[in-house]
Design a protein around this ligand. Sequence first.
Ligand SMILES: Nc1ncnc2c1ncn2[C@@H]1O[C@H](COP(=O)(O)OP(=O)(O)OP(=O)(O)O)[C@@H](O)[C@H]1O
Ligand SMILES: Nc1ncnc2c1ncn2[C@@H]1O[C@H](COP(=O)(O)OP(=O)(O)OP(=O)(O)O)[C@@H](O)[C@H]1O
Ligand SMILES: [Mg+2]
Ligand SMILES: [Mg+2]
Lengths: 256, 256
Amino acid sequence: MVRVVAVANQKGGVGKTTTAVNVAASLAQGGERVLLVDMDPQANASSGLGIDPRRVASGTYEVLLEGVPIAHAFRRTAVPNLTVVPAGPDLAGAEIELVGREGRETLLRQALEAEKDRFGLVLIDCPPSLGLLTVNALVAAEGVLIPIQCEYYALEGVSQLLNALQRVKQGLNPELMVLGILLTMFDGRTNLALQVADQVKRAFRGRVLRHAVPRNVRLSEAPSHGLPIGLYDGRSRGAEIYAEVAKEVLVRARGA
Amino acid sequence: MVRVVAVANQKGGVGKTTTAVNVAASLAQGGERVLLVDMDPQANASSGLGIDPRRVASGTYEVLLEGVPIAHAFRRTAVPNLTVVPAGPDLAGAEIELVGREGRETLLRQALEAEKDRFGLVLIDCPPSLGLLTVNALVAAEGVLIPIQCEYYALEGVSQLLNALQRVKQGLNPELMVLGILLTMFDGRTNLALQVADQVKRAFRGRVLRHAVPRNVRLSEAPSHGLPIGLYDGRSRGAEIYAEVAKEVLVRARGA
Ligand SMILES: Nc1ncnc2c1ncn2[C@@H]1O[C@H](COP(=O)(O)OP(=O)(O)OP(=O)(O)O)[C@@H](O)[C@H]1O
Ligand SMILES: Nc1ncnc2c1ncn2[C@@H]1O[C@H](COP(=O)(O)OP(=O)(O)OP(=O)(O)O)[C@@H](O)[C@H]1O
Ligand SMILES: [Mg+2]
Ligand SMILES: [Mg+2]
């Protein structure tokens, strides 16, 4: 049983936030109590759910570095059952501040300890790096969901990510496992996408989620309205696919 | 006259590496002596030019943290006149190691000092963050080229980037200026792209480069062959546009 899932990949722009927001929202719409933690100083998951990061007084930074209980940072969203710990302006300075801190890799795990059992699933959106914010997420998580864009550079970075996961598993979090790999922005008309998808499936037998997320402009429009795809355009291809992806993530989490 | 240009944007996947590699290669093909420094632990600029990052003995890490003279890290590429300082495996640990270092923000500027005048232009590819690797690039640079994907999340991050540039300008590098903003992955058929492009042009009057880079699959295929677009498919739309972009970058750099 995996209750905490980090959505991670140091390659930029592969669909981490889009996946974290839409999987969290789809499960919440289906009645699951979900917590989404925004560990990225860009605060895209926060704004993608209608929260203005500039006006966040208690967010991820305050929870990690000022000892604010995580429940104080909980924010409701437009989606019933979906709670967010938003990223505020100070999170940009956290990486450097964390370096000198005692137990610097385990701060998020400790903060979540008191509250995680109140939720059916906790998702953590990670920044595009393997620094201390992502490490905190990997130490707090029991499983990792890895979005991979069907592009060459994205494929190249996977071994670096798996090495980092291995180091966290051997050091601070022996339970950490790869919950699944999600192919994103898949355009079946290009050879490149077909080749990358094929290589990923061969390399990760059994761990690649059944559905690849196609490129769908409604997915990139939804954040400008502060809404997940299910509320912005529930009948779009993006909404349908993320509903399927969300179900599979939950099945894998429950069965792990 | 701007001789050192950082290609920066903390938003992931906006086309920083694609721009750095193809602008550098296009100018080099035209006879300009160009140096490209890979400051990203993902080492995409290195592999995009045919260098295997795992086999790099002296690269950006060794130059910054082990005092190796930057000229020792120079690597030739398939493009005449284009020299690369590649990223090796150790660069992933640099951000944390830099925190405790004396003069930690100025290490790249110092390393480049001895060699920068041997080149007509120096380009620096930055990682998707505003940490110490990007700060080193911003302190070493005289101008910043900012690729912006025509998407909502990419637009949102611009003010965070401009604030960081301002802090570097007020602190360590008063000469730093925005050389230009490049609209990338522009798909004129979507409203979102048109809206974002319009907002960027209004916000950055005069600093948005004339050509927007359209989405072009040949651009994403080229890196898997370790070649810039000009050598992979010189007649593609991607090659034509990046040749125009490169020219404009050089004109702006010379005129600045
Ligand atoms: N399937 C899709 N179809 C169309 N656009 C998409 C899709 N998935 C994501 N996008 C858009 O692509 C961009 C990158 O996605 P996103 O921001 O979710 O990636 P990320 O991995 O979180 O990026 P970062 O590394 O900066 O955190 C965003 O503008 C998003 O709206
Ligand atoms: N104009 C374009 N048309 C099609 N694909 C593109 C274009 N520009 C970039 N790409 C592809 O999009 C992906 C993201 O681009 P790139 O890696 O250059 O962005 P980046 O900003 O350097 O990412 P990161 O933040 O991870 O460093 C890559 O797979 C690249 O090949
Ligand atoms: Mg993100
Ligand atoms: Mg890059």
